[in-house]
Design a protein around this ligand. Structure first.
Ligand SMILES: C[S@@+](CC[C@H](N)C(=O)[O-])C[C@H]1O[C@@H](n2cnc3c(N)ncnc32)[C@H](O)[C@@H]1O
Length: 246
């Protein structure tokens, strides 16, 4: 079985029944999703893609918040997509939300939607479920238009939570095939450098979750001043050195 097929069948197994009560339960612990939607600040008429869109909850909320934009959603689980399709239809948004099945690590949107890149790409509580999550992030950044923005919300390192709570949370997350990515910041820093984008990582709820953003418009704004880019990279480099020393 290929890697994609085995991930798809695992996700289908997990969500086959859960999808029926998913939205009701997840609103209590998939925190920060509305924060991400707010941070999208989607320009008029722009295109937005959610990778790992699940039941379509975020796409529907975002489509309401940005009524002039077109939305695209991809998920590896055909079970989750069944719920997403029904929800999008129920919300009367089928003309603005388009769905397809695909693997975050290698999904090609041209095949599915006929477009190559998006002004905004976002992942909400998906990165922690993808074993090869670095590849998913690489692929996500590749799908951005120049000056676009990649936004991610997911479980954090829980650094400021009580130890017992953290232990119990980790155990439960492990059972749900969802694990906080250990070296997430380093991977994002590398991606920011490669894509000449500005990185912002914001812990949420005492480290329970984080919001991360790669802002490509930063580079576009500074294209005419290459010396500013050198300063940005020097800043990234010295921050890394300080962290290594610490
Ligand atoms: C915890 S749910 C989050 C759903 C939605 N983004 C939300 O915030 O409610 C994770 C979703 O990621 C999907 N997923 C897991 N691995 C994936 C992969 N390799 N490619 C695409 N989607 C994937 C799952 O099928 C599931 O729908």
């Amino acid at each position: 079985m290929t890697r994609e097929k085995s991930s798809a069948s695992l996700m289908d197994k997990i969500y086959k029944n859960q999808r029926h009560y998913y939205d009701l339960t997840r609103k209590h612990y998939l925190l920060g999703r509305d924060h991400l939607i707010k941070q999208l600040s989607a320009p008029r008429g722009s295109t937005l893609l959610e990778i790992g869109c699940g039941t379509g909850r975020n796409l529907i909320e975002a489509a309401k918040a940005y009524p002039t934009c077109q939305f695209f959603g991809v998920d590896i689980s055909s079970q989750m997509l069944k719920s997403a399709e029904a929800n999008v239809h129920k919300a009367n948004l089928s003309h603005r939300i388009h769905l397809a099945q695909g693997d975050a690590t290698k999904f090609d949107p041209f095949e599915k939607f006929g477009i190559d890149t998006f002004d905004r790409v976002f992942l909400s509580y998906c990165v922690s479920m993808v074993p090869h999550w670095e590849e998913a992030l690489d692929n996500s950044a590749r799908l951005l238009t120049e000056g676009g923005q990649l936004s991610i919300v997911d479980f954090g390192q829980q650094e400021r939570l009580p130890r017992l709570f953290k232990l119990m949370l980790r155990k439960w997350l492990g059972q749900s095939h969802s694990l906080p990515c250990e070296n997430f910041r380093e991977v994002m820093e590398h991606l920011a450098e490669e894509n000449r984008a500005k990185l912002r990582v914001q812990p949420l709820y005492r480290g329970y979750a984080y919001y991360a953003e790669l802002d490509g418009s930063f580079y576009t704004r500074f294209m005419e001043k290459p010396e500013q880019m050198d300063l940005l990279h020097a800043g990234n480099e010295s921050r890394r050195e300080v962290r290594k020393a610490g």
